[in-house]
Each structure stands twice: as structure tokens, then as C-alpha cells.
Design a protein around this ligand. Sequence first.
Ligand SMILES: [Zn+2]
Length: 338
Amino acid sequence: MSTLKHDWFTQQVPGKPMGRYAHIVTVRVTDSYSLFQTDGELNTARMNSGVALTDLITRLSIFKRKQSTPERLVGRELLRRYGLISGEEAAEKKEVGADGLPICDYNVRFCTQCPDCIAYGFAIGDAGSEKSKVITDTAYSLTSYDESHEAFTLNAPYEDGTMTRHGEVTSRINEQDHVTPQVIFPSVITTRDLTENLFLYVLNNVQRAKRYGAQTTRTGRMQNHVIAIILADGEIFSNLLFTQTLYDSLKAEGKINPPDPVDPSAVIGAAQSIIPALLKEDGVVIDQLITGQALEALLAEVSAISAQEKSLKDLLKRAFNDSQAYHQAWIAKASKKK
Ligand SMILES: [Zn+2]
């Protein structure tokens, strides 16, 4: 990683918070119809449209787990694919699979030592818990709910393609609100006290994750544009402030014209230009701000690692060594004490 400050990262994940925050600033854009919902309804929140603009609008929201879960699953799939965790299900008194690898069964029994367990955390009843070192918060749509969703009917026809059988119309018709394509969700992903390897593991997951929300085979595609990486000694601006500030700026430039979708490249450009001012307001020490060409070079390097079996395996292995070292130092000890 030529551009990233290697020395800035801790050599080991510390047992106590050490104030090393690496932020991945993204603009998430829906690529197909999507569902971010609870109990069949899209999640929304009512709020000021901007910081300067104070008219109220309703925005779509994506809760934090709906962002982090798909990213975790992408990484876990790679850990299994390249032989670092077992694909076996959790079974009683069995911690290692027939393949000799630790069994890590998501939300059933976590192995407490793989990069996923250590970076994203886990909770396993009395067996302990590990706080997530990847912090995400609810993301809000740039544009209002009214122009960012569409209601349509999902048909489940009979085999002959009709909706009737024996003269009766099927009740298998559901009306469902969907988030439309090209809706933009600005979102900051914060990692705390991770080693460089574990940070790259998380970044690779963000770059590779392509499906979010409740899914069918044709819905839920999303593109994550990483627009800045910031190394700092504290937390930075929230998703909401980021979204509202972007809204002010794009509105002033005449780039928000409902019901038309907003051009993602305009959003990315505006985001890059407002970040320095937002960071100034945060009052934290910025050790490195990577944007523009330097960022593109860094992301290209990560993509190149991720596109080659050997280099990807090496990265996963290095991340695994780091997570295992943390397990040895802080988790194995604690469970022995009991
Ligand atoms: Zn695990």
C-alpha cells in the first residue's frame, strides 16, 4: 500500500481503546430496486433537508446492520473460500471442522478468533462478547422518500402464467414499496484500533459487497464509491450531517431537481469538496486524508490484491494472524480465568 501511512496503524489490536480511527467515507448508490425495511415497510425518518436549508423532508434510512451484515458476509465467504475458517455448522463440543479449520457459524457460534469476529465483534451469551471495531451508523437518502421510492405489485402467477385458477383470482399479489435505482446514501464507516491488515480486510469487504437489504435475485444491488480515507485520533462527522451538508451544496449548484435522480458523479465531486471543511468542524487531529488521485491509486492496489488468488490469500492470512494474536492476548486468557 504505497499511499497509506503504515506506521500509523497499530502492530497489534490493543485490548484498550487507543484512539486510532480509520474512516472510510463512502457514497452508496442503489443499482437496482432495493428494500431496506422492517415489518414490510421501508424505513424512513423525517428531518431538515439540509443544514442551511431547514425545510422538512422524509428520507429513506438504512440501519447500521443492513450496511455491515452484507460486508461481513462477503469477508466470511472469502475466509471459507480460501481455507481459513471451516464451512461446517456449529455442533456441540466441536470447535474444529474435519478440515482442521476453526468452525465459525454466524450468529450461531462465533469462533472468536477470525478477522470477522475480531473486527466486527460478536456476542455469544455467557461465552462472552467482543465489541465491534467497525462502526457504522444509519445512512439516509440524499433525496426525499417521495422521489426515491416506487410501489409496485409483485405477482406470483400459476404455472400457466395467469393469476386465476378455477375461476378464482390468486391472492398471491403483494404491493410493495421499493427504493428506486440511483438513490444515494452517503455513509461513513469507522474502524477503531485495527492493524493495517485488518483495516484492508474491512476495506476489501466494502469494495466487494454488492447486495444490500432484503433480497430477491433481481433486487438489492448497490455500488459503494469510496471517496475518502481519513486517519484520525477521533470520530468524525455523522452520516446525517454529511448528507445534509451535501444536500445544501448540491441544491445550491442546481443539481437536485426532483423527480429526476441525482447524478452520482456530481455527488462524489461535491462530497470531496465539502470533506475538508467538515473535518475542520470536527476538531480532531487528522493524520492522513486520502482523496482524489492518491485514493484512486490506493483503491486500485486493493482491487489488484483482491483480484489475484495468491495476494488475496496472503492478505486474508495476515489478517487472520492479527486476529488470532488478539484472541491469544485478550480472549483466550479471559476464558481460561473462568
Ligand atoms: Zn470467527
